[in-house]
Design a protein around this ligand. Structure first.
Ligand code: DGL
Length: 275
């Protein structure tokens, strides 16, 4: 099968990005690869992220999609150029730009907060992007490593979620009070939005997955295939049952079949590069 839009992520978090896409493009065929065996990416070195991203993207490229989207912020911030080269001429998109543009347009104070993984913050990708849009805007970044496991456990409200969120958002209540717009710069953070809003009620939170889907629509990046029966295909590298169980909460719809794959050996075996 060829055509359609392919997404990949370090695991199931990217389903929160896919969710917005499917709401806007319900008839489009999609393929999703979640690299659950190697999750998380957010704490790994850039070299490792680049290698994983290349392998994931190459696996999807074999299916000849119309577009490959890195639904993972860690990949988008550290390995976008490399994975895009790997799958050329298939067009690619990352998940950072649309949200950065919207946040830059929304801020009145000229101070934007970014919540993300350590890797995304270390890459400096958001400050670079935002200063390219408006050099006067200041960016304040906060890594939130406990958010991903909290969301994976479904603990998106209640005492624990509130305590952890309070800890991470404390700087915005003290030294970064000028921040009026915060980017949810990680696949796992949007489900925590109600808790975050309760702590920072005057701040506007930007969900980059939503903004990406809107931008894809505005730029007409999705080709219509009205004659084709639309499909949703899911591949994971480990834990099919867990992916189905937790992923459906992030996607907000049933997933159907999830297939276990090994992007590395399948690709290498096919090309005879492995003994
Ligand atoms: N998907 C990752 C991201 O958006 C979050 C989880 C991880 O650390 O892999 O950055």
């Amino acid at each position: 099968m060829s055509g359609g839009i392919a997404f990949f992520d370090s695991g199931m978090g990217g389903l929160s990005v896919l969710k917005h896409f499917l709401e806007r493009f319900p008839g489009t065929s999609v393929t999703y690869l979640g690299d659950t065996a190697r999750f998380p990416y957010g704490t790994k070195s850039r070299e490792t992220i680049v290698r994983f991203a290349r392998e994931d993207a190459r696996f999807l490229a074999e299916m000849k999609p119309d577009l490959i989207i890195a639904a993972c912020f860690t990949v988008s911030s550290q390995a976008f150029v490399e994975f895009s080269e790997e799958v050329r001429p298939i067009p690619t998109l990352g998940v950072l730009e649309a949200g950065a543009r919207v946040a830059s347009a929304l801020t009145r104070s000229g101070s934007i907060g970014v919540l993300a993984t350590e890797g995304t913050i270390r890459s400096n990708a958001y400050p670079r992007l935002i200063s390219g849009i408006d050099p006067a805007i200041r960016v304040f970044a906060q890594p939130c490593p406990l958010f991903a496991p909290l969301v994976e456990e479904g603990w998106v409200s209640g005492a624990v979620a509130e305590a952890v969120s309070m800890e991470y958002l404390a700087p915005f209540l003290t030294k970064w009070k000028s921040v009026d717009t915060v980017i949810l710069g990680c696949t796992h953070y949007p489900p925590l939005l109600p808790v975050l809003q309760k702590i920072l009620p005057d701040v506007t939170f930007v969900d980059p997955g939503y903004e990406l889907a809107l931008e894809i629509s505005n730029r007409n990046l999705v080709k219509d295939h009205p004659e084709r029966h639309s499909t949703m295909r899911f591949f994971v590298t480990d834990g099919v049952e867990r992916f189905l169980r937790i992923g459906q909460n992030l996607l907000k719809r049933p997933m159907g079949d999830v297939v276990l794959v090994d992007p590395v050996s399948e690709k290498l075996a096919e090309h005879g590069e492995r003994s």
